[in-house]
Design a protein around this ligand. Structure first.
Ligand SMILES: [Zn+2]
Length: 241
């Protein structure tokens, strides 16, 4: 199609300057996500999903974190998603040399932290998709906030990292149960640091029931410079809560 990568902020009303031009100067669009609703009103991020070749879906998580606080947080958060039995997170050595850039390799979720500025977001999940299939993703954690007394909180870190990882699996926000995917409540609450049962139910729906799609291969190498059919979508965890 030859269109440039565009940034689409899904599911949040607070999508302003935080998203604009974030990916390669792309045009920011606003839309409401959640084309699919699972049990309990839990929503998927449109219909985006990783290739369904095997179950559990191996999610290759690149640890490009530069601070012990974040590495410890990743250690605490990953088992929560793997407990779904639908996905199996594999922690790999980071590949990113510039955390601000945080460019992911093919098939990876690269997790980066840096001082991205007081731009309105604590965490940012971006997926690059071909059709509705996720090819790679990033989670960016904003130390410009987490270095301050307001946000330097163990549970806030877990909540945001857990939520952004959930987005990279194809999940939207939910407010129906105690879960890290709740975008309104629980930022510094120990109860909201992991996924909930409804999240697992929706993951099973996204990945478990589609064996006919398992033979689908990636049709092209991921393109993250906006020159191919791959597009970037971004999810934001706002700071002002
Ligand atoms: Zn979110």
């Amino acid at each position: 199609m030859g269109v440039g990568a565009r940034v689409v902020c899904v599911g949040l009303l607070l999508c302003s300057a935080a998203c604009e031009g974030d990916i390669g100067g792309g045009r920011a669009l606003e839309t409401r996500g959640g084309a699919t609703t699972g049990d309990g009103g839990v929503r998927s991020w449109m219909s985006y999903h990783w290739p369904r070749r095997t179950t559990p879906i191996p999610i290759r998580v690149g640890d490009s974190l530069t601070a012990d606080a974040w590495r410890d947080t990743l250690t605490r958060v990953l088992p929560g998603w793997t407990a779904s039995t639908i996905v199996r997170a594999q922690r790999l050595a980071g590949e990113v040399t510039d955390p601000k850039d945080c460019t992911p390799g093919p098939g990876r979720v690269e997790v980066c932290n840096a001082e991205y500025g007081l731009n309105g977001w604590l965490g940012l999940a971006t997926i690059w998709v071909n059709g509705d299939e996720i090819q790679n993703a990033t989670v960016r954690l904003n130390d410009s906030y987490f270095a301050t007394a307001d946000y330097d909180d163990r549970y806030a870190r877990q909540h945001v990292l857990c939520q952004e990882l959930g987005h990279t699996l194809g999940l939207d926000h939910q407010r129906t149960e105690v879960s890290c995917m709740n975008d309104i409540e629980g930022l510094k609450d120990v109860r909201y640091v992991g996924p909930g049962r409804d999240d697992f139910t929706l993951l099973a729906r996204i990945y478990g029931a589609s064996s006919t799609a398992t033979a689908q291969a990636l049709t092209q190498a991921p393109t993250i410079d906006g020159t191919g059919d791959t597009r970037a979508y971004t999810f934001v965890a706002p700071a002002d809560r």
